[in-house]
Each structure stands twice: as C-alpha cells, then as structure tokens.
Design a protein around this ligand. Structure first.
Ligand code: ACO
Length: 335
C-alpha cells in the first residue's frame, strides 16, 4: 500500500473532527465532500450555510449534508468564544470590542473551536496566505510544552526511488519560520524527525544542510548549522543527525563518502533540514516542479494541536490528503 493510502486507512479509524474555515471555497468544499464520502474525518465547515448549500447543490456534492456548518456571524457559542479570545489576548492589548469582531473571522473561529475542544484539528490556506492562517493559531493554540518554534515539513514522494527511503524524503522547514537561530534550527530538526516517524513511517536519517561539508567553508551561516547539529544531537540522542552537509553530500553516496568519510548519514539522508525558510521553500518547490515529485504538506510541527496550512495553488486531492494527515496527527496527540 502506498503512503497516501496508508495515511487514509489510518485516518478512517479515528473519526476526528476537522474544521475547514474556508467553507465557501470550491476546492475546499469538493475536498470536504470527498473526505466525508471516504469516511476520513468528520467535517466542520465555517461559512454562510445558504451559500454552502447552494454551492454543494450546483456541484452535486451530496455528502456536504452530513457536515456540521457553522455560520461565523451567528452561532450558539459566539459569546463563549468571544470571552475566551478576550481572556487569552487582553494582556496583548485586545479589547472586548475587537475580540467580538475578530471572532467572526473564520480563521480565528476555527482555532477557538479547537481551543474549546469543539474540533480536533484544522486545515486552511486554499484561499488565505500562510501568515494569516498561522497567526491565530500561534496566538491561541500556541506551541507544545518544551517547543518554542512551529515549522512546516513536506513529505516528498520522488519518482526516482534511489533517493531517501525508496523515494520518500522529508524536507523542513519549508513553510513557517524565516530565519531560525541555532537552537530553533535544532528544534526544527528534532520535530522533523518525529514527524518522519509518525507520518512518513520510517526511521529518520537527518542531514543538516549548508553550503559547507564538515568545515569545507568558513562563515557565520555555517557556524549556525554546526551549532544547531550539536544541540539537536543533545536534544535527541536516539536520532541519527549529521551536519553540516552540502545537499549533494547528503544524498549521493559517493559524494557523501568523499566529503564526509565514515558518515552513516552522508549520501543516504532521508530527511533534509534547511538552514533558513528561503532555502527550504525554494528547494521543495523546485523539486516538486522540476522532478515532478508529489509534495504532501506542509505538515505543521510543534503546535499544541494539529493545524495545517495549504498552498493557495493546492488541488482538491492535496486538501483531502492534508485532512487525512491532520486527522492522524490529532489522533496521535489524543493518545
Ligand atoms: N512558532 C511559534 N510561534 C510563533 C512563530 C513560530 N514559528 N512565529 C511567531 N510566533 C508567535 C509569536 O510568539 C507571537 O505570539 P504572541 O502574539 O502570543 O506573542 C505571534 O506568533 C505573532 O508573532 P509575530 O512575530 O508578530 O509574527 P508575525 O505575524 O510577524 O509572523 C508568521 C509569523 C506569520 C508565521 C511569519 O513568520 C511568516 O509570515 N512566515 C512565513 C510564512 C510564509 O509565507 N511561508 C511561505 C509560504 S508557505 C508555502 O509555500 C507552502
């Protein structure tokens, strides 16, 4: 069974409640219909019910009738969520009046539902920029204990099976944190190791990427990756982590052995940790487009509840897959 099928089969076991705040976005609505049809999760759609039902009828999306629809401007828990939002953000200067307006924003409403235990996870971003999806999540759901930084991993399914784990690789951070410190980069590496085990299902061999391999270049940007590698090894002594490595030394066995002789990871890495968001985001999109790889994600890691962001260029099946991943993350967190 391929990875996507495995993720979906697993999601079916859990019946998680996934909220989709962009309920009137057509790809999202089609994905919701498919998710319900395949039994991957229970769906909560945020949006005007009349508009959602009209779009569903027009597109023959008959399963939408089984979703829960929440109208952001008029629903039973509006006051309760406003109180919660005000309580959580008053120390940051949010007034109750502003809270009562913000609570009508579907992206805020979705995370307030999660915080209140009314939903288990969220998928958004077909219609909204990453920052707008993440900000409410950072402010309200926050990070897991002991983690200070949220990051985004992609599971890359490559056509060339000689790379990674039979063609599967995990790339991070490709979505969230622009310029991590050494400590934050170490956290990203360890979080990506956990994501690899939990979602991709193989043992991570993590390469901390740079433009230098084992001291071949001297620069403060290289120093950051060297320091991050040291911290990550201390944080997760059970994980295989190697740095600093250039990308060819990380994935091509002969080059890995030439530039980092004796390394168990150089040349056979299956997880690539990029030194900045710029490098990670550019790299995953190039591999996706030029090597025709499938990029599943970004899977957000380090958040206290599973909230995942889509690229605005996403397809219906991208949304379905991310809902299934989110359901698996939610089930894992409940355990
Ligand atoms: N992890 C955890 N918390 C964070 C993080 C993080 N990585 N970044 C910010 N926060 C928290 C802050 O602590 C703060 O919390 P507080 O208000 O309770 O004190 C809150 O989030 C807002 O912090 P700001 O520094 O004001 O964050 P800002 O809104 O400026 O930016 C954001 C955060 C939106 C994630 C920003 O880093 C960003 O835009 N990143 C790039 C996202 C992006 O565009 N990615 C590329 C596209 S994705 C793709 O192609 C699939």
């Amino acid at each position: 069974m391929d990875l996507v099928s495995k993720i979906k089969e697993n999601a079916k076991k859990h019946g998680m409640r996934i909220v989709l705040p962009e309920g009137t976005e057509i790809r999202t609505l089609k994905a919701a219909d498919q998710v319900i049809g395949e039994g991957l999760a229970n769906i909560i759609l945020i949006g005007n019910p009349d508009q959602i039902f009209a779009m569903a009828k027009e597109n023959n999306l008959n399963n939408i009738a089984q979703s829960t629809i929440v109208n952001p401007v008029n629903h039973a828990k509006k006051e309760q969520y406003t109180d919660l939002l005000f309580d959580l953000r008053k120390s940051k200067g949010l007034s109750r009046e502003d809270a009562s307006k913000l609570v009508e924003d579907p992206l805020y409403l979705a995370v307030l539902m999660i915080k209140s235990g009314d939903a288990d996870g969220e998928v958004a971003g077909a219609d909204n920029a990453t920052g707008d999806v993440l900000r409410p999540a950072f402010q309200i759901v926050k990070t897991l204990p002991g983690i200070s930084v949220v990051s985004g991993a992609f599971i890359m399914i490559l056509n060339d099976k000689e790379f990674g784990e039979d063609g599967l690789m995990v790339f991070a951070d490709c979505a969230v944190h622009p310029n991590p410190t050494a400590r934050e980069l170490a956290e990203i590496a360890v979080a990506t190791g956990h994501t690899t085990r939990a979602i991709a299902g193989f043992e991570p061999k993590i390469a901390m990427l740079s433009f230098s391999t084992k001291g071949s270049a001297k620069h403060e940007m290289v120093d950051k990756v060297v320091e991050a590698t040291k911290i990550a090894k201390e944080m997760a002594p059970d994980m295989m982590i190697e740095g600093e490595l250039q990308s060819d030394a990380a994935i091509i066995p002969e080059i890995g052995q030439k530039k980092a002789p004796g390394s168990k990871i150089a040349g056979s890495a299956n997880v690539l940790v990029f030194p900045t968001l710029e490098t990670g985001n550019i790299a995953y999109k190039l591999v996706q487009r030029m090597a025709h790889a499938e990029a599943i994600g970004p899977v957000l890691q380090g958040m206290a509840a599973p909230i995942n962001d889509l690229s605005r260029g996403c397809s219906v099946s991208d949304i379905v897959n991310l809902v299934a991943i989110t359901a698996n993350q939610a089930a894992g967190m409940k355990k």
